[in-house]
Design a protein around this ligand. Structure first.
Ligand SMILES: Nc1ncnc2c1ncn2[C@@H]1O[C@H](COP(=O)(O)OP(=O)(O)OP(=O)(O)O)[C@@H](O)[C@H]1O
Length: 313
């Protein structure tokens, strides 16, 4: 099997910038995505992820930098670029008053696809989205997770090589998120390049081969989830809760335990490769947290290390 890095680059962004008046939403974003990769933009609300996606999708003009999709500049070759892209926006914009199947057909017609192509295609996509039994229902009768799956099915009507997903599971319950992730894995298996934004660290860890951590319009770090965790965190984290007032003051007494300490309003985090050994040191000093938990490091810890803030505030 060819390694992912030897595959052709399908998206190349170089020093992307977007200004809204005096405000710079995207300051300097560069990345290359090879075909078939699942690439993520992870960052908190307002980091500039959607703005970057809109520039890739060709619906927002960039203020600076270069961008090519399959070798073409989306601002100069909008229709050709859009023919390669499937776009799943942050907000579902389905037609609520028509049926599930008709949403697919109408969207395809808008793309100029023929009815004879769309008839079998819509059935295939309904199967893929696990919505075949809802085909004749109005969209207004679907759950949030079903609507998301329909939006994804709709984005696939033109067999895109690249799928842009802006916050694909925001607002969904855990079960609906897992069903959706499973569908995205299948697309990845078929060789579709996935570009997704998320502020959920677990989503980034599950879905992304590689990602950039974005904050305030800039890239803070880049790598695979495991590379980033290795580089910016310890293997384990000991989470301690001492009570609201005590959390803020106990830091002094914990000095020297583990590699690093973070004090959050509701807990203290001790970064250590061996969390249990760190906990023994804590109790050995006569400090008795109300609760303690040893867990593996996550991308949330990477973000905290890079910015001093939580991803979800
Ligand atoms: N049309 C606009 N005019 C002015 N400012 C904007 C506009 N669109 C976005 N912004 C600002 O640009 C910044 C980045 O927004 P963007 O939507 O790209 O962030 P994000 O990382 O996608 O977060 P979210 O998940 O909340 O959408 C924010 O401060 C936002 O308020």
């Amino acid at each position: 099997m060819s390694s992912i890095t030897s595959r052709p680059t399908v998206i190349s962004a170089s020093h992307l910038q977007k200004r809204y008046g005096d405000f710079t939403a995207v300051k300097d974003i560069s990345f290359d995505v090879p075909a078939g990769e699942s690439f993520g933009l992870l960052g908190p609300n307002g980091a500039g992820k959607s703005t970057t996606m809109r520039m890739i999708g060709g619906v927002s003009q960039r203020s600076g930098g270069n961008l090519t999709i399959m070798g073409l500049d989306p601002e100069e070759h909008g229709p050709e670029v859009r023919a390669h892209l499937g776009v799943v926006p942050q907000q579902d914009n389905l037609d609520e008053e028509i049926t599930v199947r008709d949403n697919l057909i109408m969207y395809g017609r808008y793309f100029g696809l023929t009815r004879s192509y769309l008839k079998p295609k819509s059935e295939e996509l309904l199967e893929f989205a696990q919505l075949a039994d809802k085909a004749d229902n109005r969209v207004s009768a679907l759950s949030g997770g079903m609507k998301r799956r329909l939006t994804i099915a709709r984005s696939l009507v033109n067999d895109p090589k690249i799928l842009l997903l802006d916050e694909p599971t925001t607002g969904l319950d855990p079960q609906a998120r897992h069903i959706l992730w499973d569908r995205l894995f299948r697309l990845k298996e078929r060789g579709v390049t996935l570009i997704l934004t998320t502020h959920y660290m677990d989503e980034a860890e599950q879905l992304c081969d590689r990602l950039i951590v974005v904050d305030k319009g800039e890239i803070m770090a880049e790598g695979s989830p495991s590379q980033l965790i290795r580089e910016y965190s310890t293997r384990e984290v000991l989470e301690l809760r001492f009570g609201t007032d005590r959390n803020a003051t106990v830091g002094q007494e914990l000095q020297g335990i583990g590699d690093r300490l973070e004090t959050l309003p509701d807990r203290v985090l001790i970064y250590a490769d061996n969390g249990e050994a760190a906990l023994e040191q804590v109790t050995g000093r006569g400090l008795n947290p109300i609760t303690s938990l040893v867990r593996r490091s996550s991308l949330e810890d990477v973000f905290l290390r890079l910015t001093g803030r939580s991803l979800v505030e």
